[in-house]
Design a protein around this ligand. Structure first.
Ligand code: F6P
Length: 547
């Protein structure tokens, strides 16, 4: 048995420290330190992190940094950047940083610099984007492409969906973007109803090129196209391109490998946005702006690699998450963007964080004796206010949250932005300050409410406050800023993984469901029996579906 992180001296010190701090509220911390904002905020890569609204003092941060050192965080960062096989269960490095390495310094995998390959694929993407935008790349009947349908799921979908939506204001080339991920045919059928086969380009995006959902959707899309072209297989080459690590499977599917954009097994699915998986993004916003996205991520990579841990944004965010998860019992974390274009960020971060950190054994394969990844959820700020913020304000759960706030909207209009900002600022303040009984009573008295009514209403109208939050502020969401924001969260995940002694780069937990689904398929297709060990619920429901 190795030493688990909760046996480290710093862990015990943090437990004791939490007990000392348990009765100190966030407003009390603000009262004690008039310059709390200055002391608990940091800026890098166009992002300001205000972490003053946390149940934390300087001593908390010092102790968390001791924990980071005891877990050898700086060494792990070096190993990540040097291309060591940090994904030890799959014997691979995790080199998403190479995909956006704008400095071009060599990065070695198995003794070979990967940068020439990375740059070559980027160049091919650039040429392809230009050909589609210029109308040099034509559909089979000679018409220019107008719609791009990306078929992929998980990491081959969520990043491109989120970024393409977020950067709608930066669109170039006039293409319409669609994304099909779900195996339920409604997703594909509803999309195909909106596009014209003669002007549509399908991108089949799959690292493995074997994912059930993607392959079924790709086959059905191919069928749909061939039906339009009366079975003329030559149409495929003009309407289908592939993004994958598997040349053989792409060829077997029938896509010309000249129309394939490669990436590599050292790119994890949920970290693959920066690879050719970003092709739909590059087609939507143009190559130059796609490269700005990469540039923003690279700037954050450099910040993470070089900034002292105490001033390092991903490190601070990761350590604060450990603080709440393991010392305050928080089992959830909310993502609340006050920039509507980031409406898909919570879903993207669900995969990034929960597929990476939703694990119960440490790197040595031992069951951990402490909590790991909190449940990630959220929605665009104001919408959330009218849905679930009631629970944040008066529920029983501790919910640390990230408020992500743009100073400027991408589509300025009248008083909308001051209204958005007032809501963001109000929520962080109200969540931490609350409103105690005395203040609530005074308010109701001032409103002329009767004493009897006040006595009845008081418990329902008070707010205990003390809900912690981080506020991340930027000027305006540019491609570069978005790149930095995403890379910040990727590195936060890495920091958490080091503190929890987890491998964040594998995802064995998604295997079992896939296997069981495959075993049930014959019974649903009428080509076989249900597995003998199926329970009565599965058998009864299979029977019902068969009807
Ligand atoms: O959900 C499991 C997973 O393997 C993800 O990690 C990945 O992003 C997704 O499936 C899609 O995989 P692929 O790109 O190989 O189709």
């Amino acid at each position: 048995m190795s030493i688990q992180v909760n046996q480290l001296a710093s862990w015990h010190a943090l437990q004791q420290h939490q007990q000392q701090l348990a009765n100190t509220s966030i407003p009390a911390l603000f009262a004690q330190d008039k310059q709390r904002f200055e002391h608990f905020s940091v800026e890098a890569c166009g992002l300001l992190l205000d972490y003053s609204r946390n149940r934390a003092t300087q001593e908390t941060l010092d102790l968390l940094l001791v924990l980071a050192n005891e877990c050898q965080l700086s060494d792990w960062i070096k190993r990540l950047y040097q291309g060591e096989a940090v994904n030890h269960t799959e014997h691979r490095p995790a080199l998403h940083i190479a995909l956006r390495n704008r400095s071009n310094t060599p990065i070695q995998v198995a003794g070979q610099d990967v940068m020439p390959e990375v740059n070559a694929v980027l160049q091919r993407i650039g040429q392809f984007v230009q050909a589609v935008h210029n109308g040099d790349w034509l559909g089979h009947s000679g018409k220019p492409i107008q719609s791009v349908v990306n078929i992929g799921i998980g990491g081959s979908d969520l990043g491109p969906v989120m970024v393409t939506r977020a950067l709608r204001a930066y669109r170039q080339g006039g293409l319409r973007s669609y994304f099909v991920s779900n195996v339920d045919s409604s997703h594909l059928m509803e999309t195909l109803a909106e596009v014209d086969p003669e002007t549509t380009l399908f991108i089949i995006a799959s690292k493995t090129f074997s994912t059930q959902e993607t392959m079924l959707n790709a086959n059905s899309a191919r069928q749909w196209l061939l039906e339009h072209y009366q079975g003329d297989e030559q149409a495929i080459a003009r309407h289908f391109v592939a993004v994958s690590t598997s040349t053989e499977r792409v060829r077997a599917f029938g896509i010309d490998t000249n129309n394939m954009f490669e990436f590599w097994d050292w790119v994890g699915g949920r970290f693959s946005l920066w690879s050719a998986i970003g092709l739909p993004v590059a087609l939507a916003i143009g190559m130059e702006q796609f490269e700005q996205l990469l540039g923003g991520a690279h700037a954050m990579d450099e910040h993470f690699r070089t900034a002292p841990l105490a001033e390092n944004i991903p490190v601070l965010l990761g350590l604060l998450s450990v603080w709440y998860t393991n010392f305050w019992g928080a089992n959830t974390h909310a993502i609340l963007p006050y920039d509507f274009v980031l409406e898909h960020l919570p879903a993207y971060l669900q995969q990034l964080k929960m597929e990476s950190l939703g694990k119960r054994v440490n790197r040595q394969g031992e069951v951990v004796t402490y909590a790991t990844c909190p449940i990630i959820w959220g929605a665009a700020g104001n919408n959330g206010q009218h849905a679930f913020y009631q629970l944040l304000h008066q529920g029983t759960h501790l919910v640390p949250a990230d408020f992500i706030v743009a100073a400027q909207s991408q589509h300025p209009l009248g008083d909308h932005q001051p209204a958005t900002l007032s809501n963001a600022l109000a929520q962080t303040l109200a969540l931490s300050q609350g409103r105690d009984t005395a203040a609530t009573q005074a308010m109701l008295q001032a409103q002329g409410v009767s004493a009897e009514e006040i006595a009845q209403q008081l418990p329902h109208r008070t707010f205990i406050g003390n809900q912690p939050s981080n506020t991340l502020v930027y000027e305006r969401l540019t491609p570069a800023l978005l790149g930095a924001l995403i890379a910040m969260y990727e590195h936060k995940v890495f920091v958490q993984s080091v503190c929890w002694d987890l491998n964040p780069f594998d995802q064995w937990g998604v295997e079992l469901g896939k296997q069981v689904a495959n075993s049930l398929l014959p019974a649903l297709m009428g080509t076989g029996e249900a597995p003998a060990d199926s329970d009565s619920s599965t058998l009864a429901l299979l029977k019902r579906f068969a009807k």
